[in-house]
Write a protein that binds this ligand. Structure first.
Ligand SMILES: O=P(O)(O)OC[C@H](O)CO
Length: 201
């Protein structure tokens, strides 16, 4: 989860806080999650149930670090702009690697992967496009979306989960992914308007 409760509009408050090192424990956990992504994908492509279980465990551990970095940042005041940007990117890399691998292995329809990754890429580009006006942190809906995506991916990786359950959870993940993507577009437009108004004053 993102390691900030801030909105893009409270930058003034952020500016008055003491400087936090980029290499704090919360950001290190985020970077470790990113480093786990290639290992996870590698395990997923190796044959045999043992490697599948290893991939599942790596995925679950990486997903748990998603909760951990946000909690550490909030609890110990380690919120940084790097964390606000790197945390969603690390999440997207993990989810993206899982979806692409499952589709390449013919276990998940490609259209699901394309729709979800299209939204994730779009939101990342949107964040960079408006970054001069402020950072758009992960919303509550964005966090729910990530949990749904993780649950859906686990249901596809966990042996023996009935197909209707997989489809239902993945369907919910797709709907919330697209819905929250649209919500970020609205947030970006508002952020731009607020910044423009502030400049005009
Ligand atoms: O929906 P996003 O892009 O804000 O991403 C949400 C994060 O992955 C939550 O950890």
């Amino acid at each position: 989860m993102t390691n900030t409760p801030e909105t893009g509009t409270d930058q003034t408050a952020a500016a008055t806080r003491p400087k936090v090192s980029v290499w704090n424990i919360a950001n290190v956990v985020t970077v470790i999650r990113l480093a786990m992504v290639p290992f996870f994908a590698f395990c997923l492509f190796l044959p045999g149930p043992g490697w599948r279980v290893t991939a599942l465990v790596v995925f679950l551990v990486a997903s748990l670090t998603d909760l951990l970095d946000g909690e550490l940042a909030r609890r110990y005041g380690l919120v940084t702009d790097f964390g606000k940007i790197a945390d969603p990117i690390a999440d997207k890399a993990l989810i993206g690697a899982a979806l692409i691998s499952l589709s390449a292995l013919d276990e998940l329809a490609w259209w699901v992967t394309i729709v979800i990754l299209g939204r994730e890429l779009g939101v990342t580009l949107l964040r960079f496009a408006v970054i001069r006006h402020g950072v758009i942190p992960a919303s509550y809906g964005g966090k729910v979306k990530t949990v749904l995506q993780i649950a859906a991916i686990v249901s596809y990786m966990w042996p023996g989960v009935p197909e209707p359950i997989r489809w239902t959870v993945m369907g919910a993940a797709v709907v919330v992914t697209v819905g929250t993507g649209l919500d970020y577009v609205i947030r970006a437009v508002k952020l731009r308007q607020v910044a423009k108004r502030a400049r005009a004053q």
